[in-house]
Ligand binder design. Sequence first.
Ligand code: TYM
Length: 334
Amino acid sequence: MTRILSGIQPTGGVHLGNYLGAVRYWVEDQRIGESFYCVVDLHALTIPRDPAELRQETRAMATLLLAAGLDPEACTLFVQSHVPQHTQLSWLLECTASMGELRRMTQFKDKAAKGGEEAARVGLFTYPTLMAADILLYRATHVPVGEDQRQHLELTRDLAERFNTRYGPVFTVPEATIPPPGRGARIMDLQEPTRKMSKSAESDQGMIGLFDEPKVVERKIKRAVTDTDDGPDAVRFDPDTKPGVANLLQILAAATGGDPAEVATGYRRYGELKAATAEAVIELLRPVQARYRELEADPATVDKILRAGAERAEPVAAATLARAMDAIGLLPAR
Ligand code: TYM
């Protein structure tokens, strides 16, 4: 049976890349088999976070996922720290992974490089084993993520296979489901279109936030970096030589459900392309923002959904953890 699991970090900086690369696929596929979606608050602790803000952003992220269309009747939506088995399995996987393997993770290298590796939190280093635990606990067959998570998924597969070989067949080896290139897999920064759109970018001018108002979306897209080749027929989908234009085409195609190369044939000048992209993004975000405002007014309902989600998730997680603990040779408590 298909079983889907994916996760997202709680951060107020949730952006169009998260939405087009991951969340909209979660919404589309939530009724295929069984699906679990998790707000990964423990992963957020790998960098400094204000406690009150983290708490507020965890609920806000769950609210946003509901606003985007996750249906608690169809899927299990929960908060990572509400299911204690995640950190427990993570330890077993830390004792399965090697230092060298974790050191090769490009996200660790990038993030640790910012403040210096000596100061980086140990949790930032072991982050991928916690992510592997998130996935393996639910015996997920498919993990819908953006391109930037590919390496973490490969590590998860390696750890699952290694554990199964050493101790017996406990884990399902999951597959990453990454959108095809040009279909939202990697939305780029509008100001620096050779870098992925990210909440940690220095300026927010290259990032479209899911809560950005129409005027802000319009301004950011209007100012998006393209290239100087703006003559008739300059609108082409060519990510290598025209990364800025290709990114706008990818966004427009993803927002309207088309193919970026085909979408390109409908436009000649950059101005027209930018106007159409801005309009499509505004229309895409409008219902999500409106629904968010409704749900935000009723935090008790969101909390209730999260409690019910954790209650559904925990027995599944507990069963896998018990098998893993037994296989590795831990003496049962009773
Ligand atoms: P996070 O919170 O950084 O991002 C959530 C999802 O958004 C995707 N994404 C993008 N897709 C396209 N273009 C972009 N510019 C872009 N930026 C982000 C990410 O690929 C991701 O799918 N480690 C994960 C969270 C996690 C997780 C898990 C995911 C924890 N446990 C288990 C899957 C399964 C992360 O930090 O994603």
